[in-house]
Design a protein around this ligand. Sequence first.
Ligand code: NAG
Length: 257
Amino acid sequence: MEFTPLLLMLSVLMIPSEAAHTAVSLIVSPSRSQFFKYESVSLSCEDQGSSAGGRVRRNTTKRWLEACPADWGVGTAGSPCSIQDTFPHDTGVYWCESVSGEHSHAVDITVHDGAVILDSPVLPVNQGQAVTLRCLHKDKEATKPFSNFPAAFYKDGSLVRTEAAGEMTIPAVSTSDAGLYRCSNSELEGSPESWLAVRAPPPSLTSPPAPLLSLPRLLCSILVSLPYLVVTALLLERCCRSKGVCSAAKCDEEELY
Ligand SMILES: *[C@@H]1O[C@H](CO)[C@@H](O)[C@H](O)[C@H]1NC(C)=O
């Protein structure tokens, strides 16, 4: 019977692991990164499925670390925060801060005082997912923005393609599709640029799972089990000395009884 590996395992189990990572995330509704001036937008924090997930913060060009609803927006801490009429000065970086101080992924939101915006995902999309980018137009009289007009789509400054119906679909995005996108129509002006973020699949799906023991834990385990190893070695030595030459396996057996 080999009991040192068992001890090693036990000592590994007894060392407390780090607290599970809690994921707080920002939800933007409507879910896009560009808005026309005077549109309304709602932002909320979700902490691993529960909505009691902290407060929404933002950095704009003029102000830093503003919190909702103290500095901007309407709402109460822990519930959705909304902006009834967006203005270009609402353009900035938005994120959630959980009760324990954790930050969510930060997203860029652009409010454009113009006739054309790009409807692109505000949150990172998973690799392999289909993504549709839409060119939206809203004139002064229209209450709702519409697409369905010829639009050219650009990525990182160069033309990708022109679509008669104003939307461009990437059937399965890859990390190389990440970049700054904008759209334009020859008769209307162009939209601002927005970053499309593509998330690579979690490592567990592509590569074998990470080793169970991290180096610090392994060292710790060895330290913890060192006294047992030494005692075992001493017992083995004594056993072998008294019996002359014997196999280690046999000594182990006798040691147990
Ligand atoms: C917001 O601005 C502060 C102050 O400059 C900075 O420390 C912080 O990193 C910014 N946060 C984001 C998410 O950009």
